[in-house]
Design a protein around this ligand. Sequence first.
Ligand SMILES: Nc1ncnc2c1ncn2[C@@H]1O[C@H](COP(=O)(O)OP(=O)(O)OP(=O)(O)O)[C@@H](O)[C@H]1O
Ligand SMILES: [Mg+2]
Length: 143
Amino acid sequence: MKKPMIELRQVSKIYHVGGQEVRALDQASLSIGEGEFVSIVGPSGSGKTTMMNIIGCLDVADSGDYILDGLSIDRYTDRQLAVIRNRKIGFVFQGFNLLTRLTAEANVELPLIYQRRSMSERKKMVAEALHLVGLYDRRKHKP
Ligand SMILES: Nc1ncnc2c1ncn2[C@@H]1O[C@H](COP(=O)(O)OP(=O)(O)OP(=O)(O)O)[C@@H](O)[C@H]1O
Ligand SMILES: [Mg+2]
C-alpha cells in the first residue's frame, strides 16, 4: 500500500453549546493515499463538515493526530496552518468563495501572490491551471 497522504488517527472534536457537550467527532480514523478519490457520506450532523474542516486545516482537533503528507499538524498555529493551506490544499466550496470583483485569472493568481511567486511564474501557472479546466478563454471574465 502507498504511504497515506491524509491520515486521521482517533481524532475527536467536541463543541460546547450552552453547557452541553456535542461530540461532533469521536475518535475518527481515516487514511487516504496519493491519487485516491474519496467521498465522505453520512446523515446530517454526523460530523462531515467538522472532519473536512480538520482535513483542510481550517480547524484543529481536540485530540488525536492528523498527519498530512508526513507532517503532524496538530500543534500548528493559525499562521502555520495558513501556510499549509496555501501550499498543500485546494478547496472547492459549495458557495465557491471566489472574489466577485476579480477576473478568473486574478482569482487563480491570488494565492500565488501570497506565495511570493514572480510575475512571470504566476502568469505561466495561471494559464496552465485555466487551460486544465477549460476556462482559459474566459480568463478575463468575473465569476
Ligand atoms: N460550531 C459549532 N458549534 C456547536 N456545535 C457544532 C458546531 N459545528 C457543528 N456542530 C455540531 O456538531 C455535529 C456535527 O456537525 P457537522 O456540521 O460536522 O455535521 P455534518 O455531517 O456536516 O452535517 P450536514 O450534513 O448537515 O452538513 C452536529 O451535532 C452539529 O450540531
Ligand atoms: Mg456539513
